[in-house]
Design a protein. Sequence first.
Length: 366
Amino acid sequence: MHILFAGGGTAGHINPALAVAGYIKERHPDAKISYIGTAQKLEARLVPEKGYDFYTIDVAGFQRKITPENIIKNISAVKKAFVSSRDSKKYLQQLKPDIVVGTGGYVSGPVLKQAQKLGIKTAIHEQNAFPGVTTKMLAPGADAVMLAMPEAKKYLKLKREPIITGNPIRGELLTVKREDARKKLGLDNRPLILSFGGSLGAMRVNEAVAELIKEHNGSEKYYHIHATGKFGYDAFNESIKDINLSDMITVKEYINDMDICMAAADLVICRAGAITLGELQACGKPSILIPSPYVAENHQFHNAMTLKKAGAAELIEEKELSGKSLSQKVNELLQNPSHLQQMGESARKSAIIDANERIYNTIMSL
């Protein structure tokens, strides 16, 4: 059995593929797993680290806003589209996979399109509530379309019903108990706020959280763990240098023990990436979501709305984000423990914790 994955650009497209690949290898150690991505993006490092055969094509997205600079980029993108289609066909004829699974990003487009032309079975997994351009393009010809969120269905033209699978969740997040996590972190019964903006950081989130920390620092009301991200650590610490930071507040560049921190948290402040939201749901955590406005199709806003409508999250758009607006929302929620608990229960009720198995079963059925 040979399964070829295609997807990349961001961790949200890569990690689901790697999670499912690992799940398949656990059950079929002799299965061959291959992966097509780009040489410049995150998949070029993450996939080989897992020991899978990795092949590259050069592809780029088209710029919608017409400017002289973007016209040049689009001319280059057209050239890359022809070359990437040719290279994808060559790889498919060479590798002869039984099925090609696309997890999004521009790189999955030419690979799955060529697979469909060659009569190879194809499946797509869409992580977001608002599907990306590549998913919209490929869905009509796919043998199976898997959706993490049912809301995505209305934006797609499908020849058969989609399979609702959810997004793969890291197993360790499902096993840590709240009491054990809080004990490990040395916390008493006061609430813990957990905040982060992603591995690289989010400037506006960092700025608002810095103001929030300045306000509640020294009040001894709340614990707070904040991850600034790679590019925000120095600027964040500079912004709070005038305060004597309480022992109840921890500022890190990156959270290496997210399973422990998530399990211990009473309220989470974060972006609205699809994988993050799946983890919030699986852990039953109430959240304040700040969707990134800089992503394709504004998909994080649509993701966040699924949790807000479920009663599991509050939403602050970045254009409305400030230290004051964030502080007001945090205080409002933490002063109402019963409402927080209800939000957490709503999150857990909407969770899909067997996504790996659902995706695996779909692939095996093809």
